[in-house]
Design a protein around this ligand. Sequence first.
Ligand SMILES: [Zn+2]
Length: 321
Amino acid sequence: MTNKPKPLASLSLDLDNQWSYMKTHADPGWETFPSYLDLVVPRILSFLKERNLVITFFIVGQDAALGKNQAALKSLAEAGHEIGHHSFNHEPWLHLYSAEQVEAEIVRAEDAIINVTGQQPVGFRGPGFSVSQTVIDVLLQHGYQYDASTLPTYIGPLARLYYFMTARLNKEEKNQRNNLFGSIKDGFQPVGAYLWPKRGGSSDRQMVEIPVTTIPVFKIPFHVSYIIYLGSFSPVLALLYFRFALGMCRLTRTQPSLLLHPLDFLGRDDIKELAFFPAMNLTKDEKLKLVSEVLCLYADNFRIVNMQEHARQVRDSAWKA
Ligand SMILES: [Zn+2]
């Protein structure tokens, strides 16, 4: 090993709960907000602690508002992780909301999150990668420093097709989910972090955008759930693919931002209700082994920070440039 410092990379986890998957999939029973947080949060925390990783958890306001989840959510902040904002209602059609609805959604979730974790979030990730200029404007007014809601890929429409095939949705529900996983134009967005273009006067603060990185040039995903999905066919190929993704990031000097989900830590032996989900044919142990190998490779290649630190570095280097 040389003494050359490793390039920067960030790591985050979207703490989507059982009900939010059921809701997007229009499965009955989500209205009682079934939760797996008591099961999965301690598992994730000990996994990260063993690997000395301090990351960002994007949490959903509705979960923070329910007493049954508060101990689990509080433990994230107490372990030193950054708490980000992942909307209140977790509706992937957030981009269809009016300005008033966006404002209410942001404030309601923020209040619930601060109340439980004691942390003021400074970063936002829209549910299902949904974001709009209205959302960005409201976040800026509320002092947010970064947004992390974009997934620059061309394959979003394919993922949506798969989703529609496995869910029973009526016409209105389909319309709401029309932009789920993004549209073709998302493929033209940059894969690395950047400053959101200014709109008003030159004194306006600019939002840092940290996309969920896709493979540079190819723009195909490599977030951890995707690697696990590939791993459900062949763990060896999945890791080769991940190595290739990291190699492309280094080659193009892209500072990646990698995304985790609770389902990366939950196997078919844990949650039967989510059997419709890709890669739920794997056991908990099979998944944990893959996640461990993926994060080990990530840490070998990059210096891993949380999202707030990543955003700060982006702002600093833009300022110097
Ligand atoms: Zn989510």
